[in-house]
Design a binder for this molecule. Structure first.
Ligand SMILES: [Zn+2]
Length: 386
């Protein structure tokens, strides 16, 4: 058994001063405070001194990192990405596909399903974030709001093609971005929702009425709010208007200061409240890398000064979750505890990941160790890495 202590712990909904966390078999077996109990002597004690403990981040929308893309066939792609994510505080993540030919997507889904099922053995020197489900972003997206998704591979929603993806992923598709105005989208939203997929509206030109029909069919999430969707207009509110006002919809935001002006981050959080905003990175192979040319799915983009561009359009980001956390504290004038909720408990709840994104007895021992200035000091994944 291992006992971890530090200055403060955020579950994240509660704050525990002088915490003691007991870890056993990769899970949290007990959680208390030094005010209530001495640290027992029959276990290994790890004292993080002035640090802050919190659940490790969950990134539900990330395409790659460290020079690699999650759709890549190479064997070292996922290990490189996962080690990079863990260094930035991520304990679990949803590898996110982009629009590609059906066969390419099917092959990528099968590889990702393997990675999810085998849950790599942790090497404490090179800890890895765990893939826990797949975010399918495309091909059922709008031509008008496709962003950088390749036009030739976009498709109208099809239950048959979805079934092919579902089989390839062996049921590990847990989030799917879809444009609800496309023919067949409402049926697909209803069917995928029935299978437990979190259906997310995005890359869409939908108006308010169509958005509401999608929500009635089961959609409950919006993909990188404001980006790649109809702009908010006071007489034509679209997905943005519905997402900002409907408490049944959780919204992803990219708090890199590029995809959204800091004032819009602040406004979104003010409108949605702290329970329904989810920090994502939309990170790409360029994350953690110098300016240059990188792959996203089957196409390439250029990075200059940290901006990912393809044909003048933003192609994901180079954001990391720890930076998103610090940015949102600054942009929205938020304290650490509330910012942590947006990066841990909220993505956990939105995706039904019951053992992740919170520190409680029985939860995965996926723990973020932060310095008092909110830099990542350590990430513990499944109890490894203490
Ligand atoms: Zn994306």
């Amino acid at each position: 058994m291992i006992a971890i202590t530090a200055a403060t712990l955020f579950t994240p909904l509660e704050r525990i001063p002088q915490p003691i966390l007991f870890l056993e078999d990769g899970k949290i077996s007990e959680m208390t405070s030094r005010a209530h109990r001495e640290i027992p002597t029959n276990c290994r004690i790890v004292d993080y001194k002035d640090a802050i403990l919190a659940p490790a981040f969950i990134d539900i929308h990330v395409h790659g990192a460290a020079g690699h893309d999650v759709m890549e066939a190479s064997l070292n792609a996922l290990p490189c990405i996962e080690q990079f994510l863990a260094k930035h505080g991520v304990g679990s993540y949803f590898p996110t596909t982009v629009t590609a030919p059906v066969d390419t997507t099917v092959a990528a889904l099968a590889r990702l399903a393997n990675a999810i099922e085998k849950s790599a053995k942790q090497d404490s020197e090179n800890l890895r974030a765990c893939p826990i489900g797949i975010h399918l972003e495309g091909p059922f997206l709008s031509h008008a709001r496709r962003g950088v998704h390749p036009i030739k591979d976009l498709m109208v929603p099809s239950l048959e093609v979805f079934e092919q993806f579902w089989q390839a992923s062996r049921g590990h598709i847990r989030i799917m971005t879809i444009a609800p105005e496309l023919e067949g989208a409402i049926e697909l939203i209803a069917e995928a929702t029935r299978r437990g997929v979190c259906m997310s509206l995005g890359h869409s030109d939908a108006d308010l009425e169509t958005t509401r029909a999608a929500v009635n069919a089961g959609a409950k999430h919006a993909t990188h709010l404001f980006n790649a969707m109809r702009s908010l207009n006071h007489r034509d509110p679209g997905i943005v208007g519905e997402a900002l006002t409907n408490p049944g919809i959780a919204v992803e935001i990219i708090a890199d200061g590029i995809h959204l002006d800091p004032s819009i981050v602040k406004m979104t959080i003010a409108a949605k409240g702290q329970r329904n905003v989810i920090l994502i990175t939309d990170g790409t192979a360029a994350t953690g890398m110098p300016d240059g040319r990188y792959h996203l799915g089957t196409f390439e983009f250029d990075v200059k000064d940290g901006r990912c561009l393809s044909d003048g359009k933003l192609a994901g980001s180079t954001l990391t979750m720890d930076r998103a956390l610090r940015n949102v504290m600054q942009f929205a004038d938020y304290d650490l505890q509330r910012a942590l909720i947006l990066a841990t408990a909220n993505p956990g709840r939105a995706t039904g990941s019951l053992l992740k994104g919170k520190l409680e007895i029985g939860a995965s021992a996926d723990i973020l160790v932060l310095s008092p200035s909110c830099e990542v000091r350590n990430t513990i994944v499944g109890g490894a890495g203490t």
